[in-house]
Write a protein that binds this ligand. Structure first.
Ligand SMILES: [Zn+2]
Length: 269
């Protein structure tokens, strides 16, 4: 289909004016996805992950109730702060992936957060791990994935909206993410933002927010630092900004919960 530029511009501004496109309140960025899209997309991805036990060997909730009880209590502590956007709208769910060799964590849109046993076992205390949990939750709450997808799909998505609701679009996007065609990789700005919000959330809990900075020190000191560090902003820059955020949100002094964390680690296979 050939469309002249002026016509396209009119259509795009029409969409911007008459709905379908909203500004992400938290980040101030245009996000062409709705809140329900975040939820639907996240649920689809979570289902794909659940159906792929070779790549994502999820720890069973029924087999490891103690581990999940602890993990859920960390999520609940953040959701109760009143600072996590969409705390009531998203189906917040945490998962543990049984793979000791991966020091990693990730999130889907809409509040599904995943943590590898390799990450949990590498850390020293619950506050440090809670910092990572808060960071992943911030990516969801700030809708970073759909902000990125908005850039990736841009005009083609806008056209789909203009030309009528396209129900298969989300399924298409989910499969493109699964096959690596569309990336959910976050930008540097989004990483800093997730760090800052993690500190903000932590400042309203029992956890010491600076444990998030300790997490990066810990990663740096590892003989083989995890690869995701190399794609993120440098740990030094992040630690500096985390400290700035800590002061900004009141220099809250919390606890580390070392013993409780040891029990959490012991409850894993
Ligand atoms: Zn991140």
């Amino acid at each position: 289909m050939k469309v002249n530029k002026f016509f396209l511009l009119c259509m795009v501004s029409g969409v911007l004016l008459f709905g379908g496109v909203s500004c992400n309140k938290e980040t101030g960025k245009v996000n062409i996805f709705t809140l329900q899209d975040d939820i639907d997309l996240g649920n689809q991805l979570a289902e794909e992950i659940a159906n792929d036990p070779v790549n994502f060997p999820l720890l069973s909730r029924t087999q490891y109730p103690e581990a999940y009880e602890r993990l859920d209590s960390i999520l609940d502590a953040f959701l109760a702060t009143g600072h996590v956007a969409h705390a009531d709208a998203f189906p917040w769910t945490a998962y543990i992936i049984h793979n000791d060799s991966l020091i990693n964590a990730f999130a889907t849109p809409g509040g599904h957060v995943y943590f590898y046993t390799g990450l949990i076992k590498a850390l020293d205390n619950e506050a440090m791990f809670a910092g990572v949990v808060a960071h992943e939750m911030a990516h969801c709450a700030l809708r970073h994935s759909t902000d990125r997808l908005t850039r990736h799909y841009g005009l083609s998505m806008l056209l789909a909206v203009v030309l009528g609701e396209n129900p298969s679009m989300l399924a298409k996007i989910a499969s493109e993410i699964g096959s690596g065609l569309a990336s959910l990789a976050y930008s540097r700005r989004q990483e800093y933002e997730a760090d800052e919000f993690a500190v903000k959330y932590m400042s309203s809990t029992e956890y010491h927010p600076m444990a998030l900075a300790d997490f990066f020190t810990k990663l740096e000191d590892m003989p083989h630092p995890p690869t995701f560090l190399s794609t993120h902003p440098s740990p030094e820059d992040r630690m500096e900004k985390i400290e700035e955020a800590w002061i900004k949100y009141g220099s809250h002094v919390g606890e580390y919960f070392e013993d409780r964390y040891q029990a959490f680690k012991n409850s894993l296979p």
